[in-house]
Write a protein that binds this ligand. Structure first.
Ligand SMILES: Cc1cc2nc3c(=O)[nH]c(=O)nc-3n(C[C@H](O)[C@H](O)[C@H](O)COP(=O)(O)OP(=O)(O)OC[C@H]3O[C@@H](n4cnc5c(N)ncnc54)[C@H](O)[C@@H]3O)c2cc1C
Length: 305
C-alpha cells in the first residue's frame, strides 16, 4: 500500500468506523477474485456497510477523494466484473442481507440486496410462494450480483424472463452517494423514468444496488414431468407450441426445458435422431391432463396434434 492510500484508509476508518472498514492483515483471506479465472489484485480496504445510509456515506467519501470502488456480491461472476486491477477499495453488502417481507397478496419479496439467492428462495418457499430466479451458483451468489449481471439461470423460459423481469422496485446509491429509490410493489406502473432497468445489468458501473422488491409466484401444488424423445429440433419446437396452447387451460403451462444433446460425429444417424429431448414440466393442481395431453407427449416420436 502506498503512503497516500494508507492515509486515505486511515481517514476512511475515521469516517465510517472500524466495524465497517477492514484493511491490512485484518483482511485475512478476503476473496480477491471471482469465478471467471481472470486475474484480480488485492483491495486497499474492505467496506462492509450495514445500511443504505452507510453505503451512501462510503461512496460520497470515496467520490470526494477520487477513490475507485469495486462492489462485491458472492463472487460467482464469470465475467471478471468484481475483480480489481489494483488500488481500489472493495465494497461488500454481506452485512445487508435481510429479507424484510414476503407479501403473498401482492406476490412480492422485499429484501436487502446482499441476500444470498438460496436464502431468498427458501424464504419465499416458507411463505408458500416460489422465487422464480434460479442458477447453479444459488448457494453463494447474491441478489445484488444477480441484478447487476441481469442473471438468467435455468427457469428463464419457464418464468418469462431474466432477473430484470422479476424486479418491481429498486434502491441504489450512485457514485457520489446520492440515493435513488423506487421501492414499490406495483406491476401496473407507468410513472417516470425506469431507472431500475438502467441499473440492472450495469455490473456495478452506475451505482451500488442496495434493496429490491421482486416478484414471487404461487408455489405449484403439484408438478408432473414428461421426458419426450423427439426425432428432430423442428418437432421439439412444435411440441412446445402445442403444449403452450393446450396446457394453459386447467393447468399452468409453465413448462419446457429443451435439452439438445449433441451427437458425436462417429455415432450413427439413428442414434443422433433420438438425441433431441424435451422435458415438459407442468406445474398446477392436476399435472398433465391424462387422457388428452400425456398420451400425445409420451411417445418416442411426437406428432402434430
Ligand atoms: C456454478 C455457476 C453457475 C452459474 N449459472 C449462471 C446462470 O445460469 N446464469 C447466469 O446469468 N449466470 C450464472 N453464473 C454466473 C454468476 O453466478 C452470476 O453472474 C451471478 O448473478 C453473480 O452474482 P454474485 O453475487 O456472485 O456477483 P459477483 O460475482 O460478486 O459480482 C458480479 C458483478 O456484479 C457487480 N455487483 C455485485 N454486487 C453489486 C451491487 N450491490 N451493486 C452493483 N453492482 C454489483 C460486481 O461488481 C460485478 O460486476 C453462474 C456461476 C456459477 C459459478
Amino acid at each position: 500500500m502506498t503512503s497516500s492510500s494508507s492515509s486515505f484508509v486511515e481517514r476512511l476508518v475515521a469516517e465510517l468506523g472500524s466495524d465497517v472498514v477492514t484493511f491490512g492483515s485484518d483482511l485475512g483471506t478476503w476473496r480477491v477474485r471471482d469465478w471467471s479465472g481472470t486475474p484480480g489484485a488485492e483491495s486497499i480496504a474492505l467496506i462492509r456497510p450495514r445500511s443504505t445510509l452507510e453505503v451512501s456515506r462510503a461512496l460520497a467519501f470515496c467520490h470526494a477523494n477520487q477513490q475507485a470502488v469495486v462492489t462485491h456480491g458472492g463472487l460467482t461472476g464469470l465475467a471478471g466484473g468484481a475483480n480489481l486491477s489494483g488500488g481500489e477499495v472493495t465494497l461488500s453488502l454481506e452485512q445487508m442481507s435481510a429479507i424484510k417481507e414476503v407479501d403473498t397478496v401482492s406476490g412480492t419479496i422485499t429484501l436487502q440486496a446482499g441476500a444470498v439467492l438460496q436464502r431468498v428462495q427458501e424464504a419465499a418457499d416458507a411463505a408458500g410462494m416460489m422465487f422464480p430466479l434460479d442458477l447453479g451458483a444459488r448457494g453463494s451468489c447474491t441478489i445484488s450480483g444477480n441484478l447487476a449481471t441481469n442473471a438468467g439461470g435455468n427457469r428463464v423460459i419457464k418464468y418469462d424472463g431474466m432477473a430484470r423481469e422479476h424486479v418491481l422496485g429498486l434502491e441504489a446509491v450512485l457514485a457520489d452517494g446520492t440515493v435513488v429509490s423506487d421501492l414499490h410493489k406495483m406491476i401496473k406502473n407507468n410513472s417516470g423514468y425506469d431507472l431500475k432497468s438502467l441499473l440492472i445489468g450495469s455490473e456495478g458501473m452506475l451505482g451500488v444496488i442496495t434493496r429490491a422488491v421482486m416478484r414471487v409466484a404461487p408455489k405449484p401444488l403439484g408438478v408432473s414431468t414428461a421426458w419426450c424423445g423427439l426425432p428432430n429440433l423442428a418437432t421439439v419446437t412444435r411440441l412446445l407450441q402445442h403444449a403452450r396452447a393446450r396446457m394453459s387451460v386447467g393447468i399452468r403451462s409453465d413448462v419446457a426445458e429443451l435439452l439438445r444433446l449433441h451427437a458425436r460425429e462417429h455415432e450413427d444417424r439413428a442414434r443422433a435422431a433420438r438425441l433431441h429431448a424435451c422435458v415438459l414440466r407442468a406445474a398446477g393442481k392436476h399435472g398433465f391432463q391424462r387422457r388428452k395431453t400425456s398420451r400425445r407427449v409420451r411417445g418416442h416420436a411426437w406428432r402434430d396434434a
